[in-house]
Design a protein around this ligand. Structure first.
Ligand code: NZQ
Ligand code: ZN
Length: 382
């Protein structure tokens, strides 16, 4: 275990916390408020943000789509440059927050912003940003990651920089009341897989990381079990906080991490428009079966400590079935059915994209090459 750790995001959690942005954004800085397709205007979040910024000078940029595109975000970059913006406030889910991170970095760079995603430019400067979270799922509100799509080439790539980590995150569970069910479920699944990516690897002696990961998984099972009673404050608060903790860096400190499910899942989203969370439920069971031998020990630990299963020779296999039940209980598909054309061709196109993106050695052991990815996709594509 070796790591340096700082999570610098100030979190304001609970009801009526949106007002706290008044203090958190320096009054003299000109603000760009970035949001998505307009849900914040229907649920009152926009009005609360406007009230909190009465004394600030601010302009807005709307229309950031789910799986935000560089094509859209570059328009916001142009506004930042032209209007001398000094602070960015992201109001939305992971897409708006990720998009705002890109804008914060690209606005301080004279070249093509996409270079940041290609890795040909390393972020060395970024505008400060804050987040008002409206959808618990990605953890983007208090981490350094961002995932951006180039629509023209159907590429979905990510970058990470502490310089774009939000200065603050407002997490008011009340904002979840207007979430469509599909998005709520996406969030549960995404948070679940975030924990798994940092936990179902190989045995470690990291008691805190393992133990906390198991607590988060058990919380998500409880949240899923209570899904029918979801219209209450504690359910919302628990989901919002669990999703945040799943990807705020803590459980991944100094331990091996996988992320292959995410890398392959991103291609499904880019090529077939599958929601991010759902892409993960499609890939993960197939990937776990493909990687069963290297992951056996951790799957057994999960079976015992998370699902309460007894010891048996097939404990790891039973754990994977339990994971599938978790998705089924939320009505989330575990295979890709929504595609056109031949299965063989669909798989080949995904593999070609993985190759283009250099995703040739995925997983905690970097052993998921294109052949393993093909095997995984054979199981995952119906
Ligand atoms: O566009 P608006 O109006 O905001 O509507 C959104 C959008 O249509 C809607 N929504 C959000 N909050 C709402 C609401 N509707 C009603 N009431 C509310 N309170 O929900 C839809 C989906 O929003 P989106 O932001 O796309 O969802 P999510 O938070 O799941 O973000 C997904 C994106 O995050 C990336 C994904 O790849 C995907 O692009 N990820 C980011 C990560 C990170 N930064 O660490 C890690 C993740 O693994 C993930 O890859
Ligand atoms: Zn995710």
């Amino acid at each position: 275990m070796e790591f340096s750790y700082l999570n610098s995001t100030q979190i304001h959690f609970g009801k009526n916390q949106i007002g706290s942005i008044t203090q958190d954004i320096p009054r003299e800085q000109k603000v760009l408020v970035i949001y998505g397709g307009g849900s914040i205007k229907k649920n009152g979040v926009y009005q609360q943000v406007r009230a909190a910024l009465t004394e600030h000078t601010w302009v807005e940029f709307s229309g950031v789509e789910a799986n935000p595109t560089v094509e859209t975000l570059d328009k916001a970059v142009a506004i930042v440059k032209a209007q001398n913006i000094q602070f960015i406030l992201a109001v939305g889910g992971g897409s708006v927050i990720d998009g705002s991170k890109y804008v914060a970095a690209a606005a301080m760079y004279s070249g093509e912003g996409w270079d940041i995603l290609l890795g040909t430019h390393t972020v060395s400067e970024a505008l400060p940003l804050g987040a008002v979270l409206t959808l618990p799922a990605t953890g983007s509100e208090s981490n350094a990651g961002s995932v951006i799509t180039k629509a023209a080439t159907k590429q979905k790539l990510s970058f990470s920089s502490v310089l774009v980590q939000p200065k603050f995150a407002v997490m008011d569970p009340d904002v979840m009341k207007s979430l469509p069910e599909q998005q709520l479920i996406n969030g549960i699944v995404d948070a679940w897989v975030h924990v798994c990516e940092q936990y179902i690897t190989r045995p470690t002696e990291a008691l805190v990381q393992d133990g906390y990961a198991e607590t988060l998984l058990k919380s998500l099972i409880t949240i899923a079990n209570q899904y029918n009673d979801r219209d209450n404050d504690s359910w919302r608060a628990n989901l919002m906080w669990t999703a945040n903790q799943a990807l705020n860096g803590l459980i991944g400190l100094g331990v091996p991490q996988d992320w292959a499910t995410h890398m392959i899942g991103h291609e499904l989203t880019a090529l077939h428009g599958v929601d991010h969370g759902r892409s993960l439920a499609i890939i993960q069971p197939a990937l776990l079966r493909n990687q069963l031998e290297v992951k056996r020990s951790k799957l057994e630990q999960m079976g015992r400590n998370v699902f309460g299963l007894g010891n048996s020779a097939d404990l790891a296999e039973k754990t994977i079935i339990k994971i599938e039940h978790f998705y089924c209980s939320l009505n989330v598909a575990t295979t890709l059915t929504e595609y056109q054309g031949e299965k063989k061709q669909v798989i080949q196109t995904i593999l070609d994209q993985l190759e283009t993106h250099g995703r040739l050695a995925l997983g905690e052991n970097q052993t998921i090459n294109l052949e393993r990815s093909r095997e995984i996709l054979e199981l995952a594509v119906a």
